[in-house]
Write a protein that binds this ligand. Structure first.
Ligand code: FES
Length: 151
């Protein structure tokens, strides 16, 4: 009789068959996993269409390859519904965990036309974030969605 292969999620918990990370033993009191940076990748209709599908899967695979899917400099990727910035599609919002080791100046940044990014461009962003570099100092100003600021 063959042994059943046990799949573990990034938290080290056994995963329900057919799911990517749903734990077998549900514990609502368990903390969420640490992240240094969080990318909110819009996957609503217009951005989804521009990027021809769910970009978050590819980005998560890249982060795994770079070893940034866990640990102190983990970058989390989450799909979102419309962010109200469709004219800049595809849109990705960057936030950073200032309660941990995130760099405050990388917080609240919005990247536009991310469906046009190559893998190398995404890797560059992941490296900048994970090494605590400021995106505004290292990316072209055209990469960002301008935001009206009230003083
Ligand atoms: S669908 Fe992405 S910002 Fe509206």
């Amino acid at each position: 009789m063959a042994n059943k292969e046990i799949k573990l999620n990034d938290m080290g918990n056994e995963v329900v068959e057919g799911f990517a990370c749903k734990p077998v033993d549900f514990d609502a009191s368990r903390p969420i996993m640490h992240y240094q940076s969080l990318l909110l990748v819009c996957d609503d209709e217009r951005c989804h269409k521009a990027q021809k599908g769910d970009k978050s899967i590819e980005l998560r695979d890249m982060l795994k390859d770079m070893g940034l899917n866990k640990g102190a400099n983990r970058i989390k990727v989450t799909r979102t519904s419309c962010n109200g910035a469709c004219r800049f599609r595809a849109v990705t919002q960057v936030t950073t965990n200032t309660q941990a080791n995130g760099v405050a100046k990388n917080n609240g940044l919005w990247l536009k036309n991310t469906h046009q990014y190559t893998k190398d461009e995404w890797k560059n962003i992941f490296e900048l974030l994970s090494t605590g570099k400021m995106l505004v100092d290292n990316l072209d100003a055209e990469a960002f969605i301008p935001m009206k600021v009230y003083n």
